[in-house]
Design a protein around this ligand. Structure first.
Ligand code: ATP
Ligand code: MG
Length: 263
């Protein structure tokens, strides 16, 4: 086994899309009756595509990601992830504090069925990929917030899923660390060509990262508009083209928030 990560071309040959949502709705029972959170969402993520899902707080982004992850079922509509179970990365790193960085990753490899002897070298390779070579034996409390998110990313990549779901994974980090991790994520995405569905309420972050930005409305969440981001990678968050498109999208997002009240 030369590499445990599949190449983009192989993936593209297998499936036409990494995720397909067709007319997906989700409502929750609340004391005030059923609350419709997501309404008739249809969305495809192509193999190797990087899509950001942008919307105001409470519009249903995490709910949508949980549905794609298979953690919850839609009330109506259908979700397909033909490449198998997606990997999921949250705002909180969710690493096991009693395990080292390396062992956290090895656990994901074990769950994937990687044989024991191959786990350590693969964990070390993944740590190298997120530029944490040498952190194998470090415990979680010895790592900075940015380093923890790198380990969490390595662990998500250890699942070797065709689709990586990310729920505001850098929101708790300072601006400079976030900037570095944007660069790293872009590099890793290009190297592995995993498909990414990345949730954020930060417009600049959405534009910095994505090939396509999908804006969700609030109450209920619907696809309000989408933009293809035709700006060459690697980008910088302060690039003029990134700023320009961000202004346009922010205007639209403000309109959505005004239409749907209190935030
Ligand atoms: N299990 C649940 N039961 C009832 N209501 C829920 C449940 N999960 C989410 N909701 C409601 O659905 C709406 C959307 O929540 P969600 O967490 O998906 O928003 P979000 O877009 O991720 O927000 P944020 O940007 O703040 O993370 C909220 O009104 C929330 O209260
Ligand atoms: Mg959320």
């Amino acid at each position: 086994m030369a590499t445990l990560l599949t190449k983009a071309e192989d993936r593209a040959a297998v499936t036409a899309h990494a995720a397909r949502l067709q007319h997906v709705s989700k409502s929750f029972a609340t004391p005030a009756g059923r609350q419709l959170v997501l309404d008739d969402i249809s969305l495809d993520v192509a193999p190797g595509e990087f899509v950001t899902l942008l919307g105001a707080s409470g519009c249903g982004k995490s709910t949508l990601l949980n549905l794609v992850a298979g953690l919850d079922a839609p009330s109506a509509g259908a979700i397909e992830t033909p490449g198998g179970r997606p990997a999921l990365m949250f705002q909180e790193h969710a690493l096991f504090p009693w395990l080292t960085a390396g062992k956290n990753i090895e656990l994901a490899l074990r769950l994937r069925g990687v044989e024991r002897a191959a786990r350590r070298p693969e964990a070390e390779r993944l740590l190298e990929l997120v530029r944490l070579g040498g952190a194998y034996g470090k415990r979680v409390h010895e790592l900075s917030g940015g380093m923890r998110q790198r380990v969490a990313l390595a662990r998500a990549l250890a699942q070797d899923s065709e689709l990586l779901l990310m729920d505001e994974p850098f929101a708790a980090l300072d601006a400079i660390t976030r900037d570095v991790l944007h660069d790293e994520l872009t590099r890793i995405w290009r190297e592995t060509n995993v498909s990414v569905l990345f949730v954020t309420h930060n417009v600049r972050e959405a534009v910095r990262l994505a090939q396509r930005v999908v804006l969700l409305s609030s109450r209920p969440g619907r696809v309000a508009r989408e933009w293809t981001v035709d700006i060459e990678q690697p980008r910088r968050i302060e690039d003029a083209a990134v700023a320009e498109l961000s202004v346009e999208i922010t205007e639209e997002l403000r309109g959505e928030i005004r239409r749907h009240g209190r935030h």
